[in-house]
Design a protein around this ligand. Structure first.
Ligand code: PLP
Length: 401
């Protein structure tokens, strides 16, 4: 019998989303992506500096390790629920070699499906509806998503240029200190490109332990520090493990954003809660990916050093071009972003729109990262130096500086 596809009878069945779905924040950058795609479809050569997707391929030795591991029948079975011990040992070894931090692979390491998943999960395991979470502003929007899913509230910690884009704990009110249960920090910082000194983390541990606030340190750009300075890990601070965890990811360090490998490291109780939640949602990552991730962490780290030089070289090219057109800005000390002030009398969204329409250059307006991101645009160092230079020259021709 032919299916009657023109049946006018309306289905009585309606799908209604749970209330929590309406609480999820709007994805600000979705509109930007649409606008960029529109320009590209119209045939324009858009230089897209608005995104944060590493442009280089994963190093060959990691890809080869994965290719060989795919053929191993062991990995065709379910992997152990909390992941393979060899991968936890590998990340513990890397932290010891790079930061002098000792981690117990069995109790102080959780394997995650990328950092993003972990950063959303931590609100689920620690926050009840109505609890307060301290979030950097400007900041990575996924901190908002997890807090919203937990039904918790957010209080924003402004990151200002005159405080080196670090939050000022003194300006957090007594009421907020008392209510807050969780705080997100992120250095090297997206979007400002700032890094944090050890003294800041010492203050953080003091503040957090005094007020009973768990610290989630997002170290996604931990490997990317410029001018010969390796960024400091939160876990290097005495007492850090008592008050929090650090999130680490292979996405940026090894150009493995598509592979989805991340870690939570530190406080035993939090690690066991993460494992408990994950037990109910996932079986761990594909074993072959875990093996390749182990190779990334334990083989020679020369590729990482080369990648940092590549970004530093792009940063220097960008800033020399900016100076040629009279656009004054401070160089980032880490991450692969530059945080550039917009000319006076412009707001960040209108400025970004002007660059897209008239220079065919896409940048991310600061307002998308929070109220205190207004007045800036974020530029990624994820294009070749010639393209960065050309983008700035096109902007220079608009005569705004
Ligand atoms: C600040 C920050 N944290 C975390 C992540 C998440 O990285 P992933 O989920 O790829 O590990 C990103 C990715 O862009 C980021 O910018």
């Amino acid at each position: 019998m032919k299916p009657n596809i023109s049946n006018p009878k309306k289905s009585p069945f309606t799908i209604e989303a749970a209330d929590i779905m309406h609480k999820l924040p709007k994805q600000f950058f979705a509109t930007l992506v649409q606008n960029v795609n529109r320009e590209i479809s119209a045939g324009h050569d858009v230089i897209n500096l608005g995104q944060g997707n590493p442009d280089q391929p994963t190093p060959e030795h990691i890809v080869q390790a994965a290719q060989a591991a795919v053929a191993n029948p062991l990995y065709h079975k379910y992997s152990p629920f909390t992941g393979y011990r060899f991968l936890k040992e590998a990340v513990a070894q890397r932290y010891y070699e790079d930061y002098g931090v000792t981690l117990n692979p069995d109790t102080e390491v959780a394997i995650l499906f990328g950092g993003k998943t972990g950063l959303v999960q931590i609100s689920q395991i620690l926050l009840n509806p109505g609890d307060l979470c301290l979030v950097p502003d400007p900041g990575y929007p996924d901190y908002w998503s997890g807090t919203a899913l937990a039904g918790a509230e957010m209080s924003f910690m402004p990151l200002r240029k005159d405080n080196a884009f670090l939050p000022d704990f003194n300006s957090i009110s007594p009421r907020e200190r008392e209510r807050a249960k969780l705080m997100f920090l992120n250095y090297p910082n997206n979007p400002t490109g700032a890094t944090a000194p050890l003294s800041f983390y010492e203050d953080t541990v003091d503040f957090a332990s005094k007020h009973g606030i768990v610290v989630a340190s997002d170290f996604a750009y931990g490997a990317i520090g410029f001018d010969g300075k390796r960024p400091v890990s939160f876990l290097q601070t005495e007492g850090a493990k008592e008050v929090g965890v650090e999130y680490y990811t292979l996405s940026k360090t090894y150009n493995m954003a598509g592979w989805r490998v991340g870690f939570a490291l530190g406080n035993e109780k939090i690690i066991s809660l993460i494992n408990q939640l994950q037990d109910h949602i996932y079986v761990s990552l594909f074993g072959a990916i875990q093996e390749a991730a182990k190779v990334a962490l334990t083989a020679s780290q020369q590729n990482v050093a080369d990648l940092v030089s590549l970004y530093e070289n792009r940063r220097n090219t960008l800033f020399s071009a900016l100076s040629d057109i009279g656009w004054e800005a401070a160089k980032p000390s880490g991450s692969f972003f530059a945080w550039l002030p917009v000319p006076k009398s412009w707001d960040s969204a209108a400025f970004a729109q002007k660059l897209l329409e008239e220079a065919k250059v896409a940048v991310a307006p600061g307002i998308g990262f929070g109220k205190h991101g207004e007045g800036y645009v974020r530029v990624g160092l994820l294009s070749e130096p010639e393209r960065l230079r050309e983008a700035v020259m096109r902007i220079g021709k608009l005569g705004l500086f």
